[in-house]
Design a protein around this ligand. Structure first.
Ligand code: GDD
Ligand code: MN
Length: 373
């Protein structure tokens, strides 16, 4: 393809952003490999490190002092893959920007092909696409199926011919991400999904297939739970940006909590007997709150999550905050019911009010004031 086409004299510049967290064993190897494949082109590598305790940024800075093609941004008291990538891009003045994982799992030898596809205007977004059979190298069959389902769903809503929307490896014209940046979510792993849904129809996409490699050093930071931030992103875009991604996750978890509540209530009534409804209801409420707390801690507020014993304090705050939400819910619902008499309108309004209240409390008082480490 574009590789054999005649090359224009003026080569566009390229910044390759590498988000890192604990990749000290890999950054220099990656730099050497990229240097070898981009030989002769005007490129630079920008490592965006979230203050890894293993000294990743020191290694990158040391190299940067002798080779201007290496730059490093050390973010302190911050975390989040997508946000790191966006900040790296925002520090670039190049025509083209890319993102590649710092753990050597992405095949850097397709970078020139992506570069020329963009340089020659054939495309403005080149996606490194994991080849079907080889994706299994990194994923369990169950996760593979879930990921395939997500990809299928994504193609339907985005109307974009993308085989691997969950890819964390792509190159794009900087001017496009520069425009979209204020609207991109800083949390989660699904930055490509976010970019494509935000850009709408202006993208000319090509895919560059490659074989996903096994990680040799360090460990993956992705948990199966991050698949949920995909749903959050989709709902966020479907609502025209009105619903914050976190709120979508929070509300989804609230629905799960409702199911937990019903199951627990049934179980407790079975144990304590039907006469003592109040204690069964109280116990079920606590179980549902605990389940909501744990899920929100793991998913919605992952960058700020409580670990170990501190979870207890977090849970108490969460339970108190949510109790106020429950009271407000009952108050509003009964007031509305008196006034309107349609029980379900009153019920739903009360429920929405308490979700919004609980979300505001959780975001502003329970999780956000915390730093990651
Ligand atoms: N700065 C920063 N901050 N970097 C991070 C963070 C963070 O909070 N979390 C992870 N990284 C870096 C890692 O150091 C690595 O270079 C890269 O981001 C990818 O992280 P991994 O933990 O290795 O992710 P993975 O291999 O499990 O997931 C890959 O596949 C996913 C799709 O299945 C990545 O390519 C993802 O982007 C992709 O969505
Ligand atoms: Mn990886």
């Amino acid at each position: 393809m574009a590789l054999d086409a005649p090359r224009p004299k003026l080569h566009p510049t390229l910044s390759v952003v590498v988000p890192t967290y604990r990749e000290s064993a890999n950054v220099l190897v990656l730099f050497e490999r990229i240097k070898a494949v981009l030989e002769g082109l005007p490129w630079e590598m920008i490592v965006v490190d979230d203050d890894s305790p293993d000294g990743t940024s020191e290694i990158a800075f040391a190299l940067a002092s002798s080779d201007p093609r290496m730059r490093c941004l050390r973010r302190v008291n911050r975390s989040g893959l997508a946000g790191a990538v966006v900040e790296g891009w925002m520090s670039s003045s190049a025509d083209l920007v890319a993102v590649i994982d710092g753990d050597l799992q992405h095949d850097e030898t397709i970078l020139p092909k992506m570069y020329w596809a963009l340089a020659e205007g054939e495309s403005n977004l080149a996606i490194g696409t994991r080849v079907a059979d080889d994706r299994a190298a990194g994923l369990s069959p169950a996760r593979q199926q879930l990921s395939d389902l997500g990809a299928w769903f994504f193609r339907r809503i985005a109307g974009a011919p993308v085989t691997d929307p969950m890819s964390g490896y792509f190159m794009i014209r900087r001017e496009i991400v520069s425009r979209l940046a204020p609207r991109l979510s800083p949390d989660g792993f699904k930055i490509l999904v976010d970019v494509i849904l935000s850009a709408g129809g202006e993208l000319k996409i090509i895919e560059a297939p490659y074989r996903f490699r096994k990680r040799v050093a360090g460990e993956s930071k992705l948990t199966p739970l991050v698949g949920l931030d995909f749903l959050g992103l989709v709902a966020h875009h479907a609502s025209g940006g009105l619903l914050p991604i976190r709120f979508v996750l929070f509300a989804l978890i609230g629905v799960v909590g409702l199911a937990v509540h019903v199951v627990a209530l049934t179980a407790f009534r079975h144990w304590v007997g039907p006469a003592d409804f109040n204690s069964a209801q109280l116990a079920a409420t606590l179980v549902a709150m605990a389940s909501n707390f744990i899920l929100n801690n793991e998913i919605t507020y992952r960058p700020y999550r409580y670990r170990g014993l501190s979870m207890l304090g977090g849970f108490v705050g969460f339970a108190l905050g949510c109790s106020v939400g429950v009271l407000a819910n009952i108050d509003v619902a009964s007031w509305l019911f008196k006034w309107n008499q349609t029980w379900w309108v009153a019920g739903i309004a009360g429920a929405i009010l308490s979700v919004v209240w609980n979300y505001a409390v959780s975001t502003n008082l329970i999780w956000r004031p915390r730093l990651r480490r």
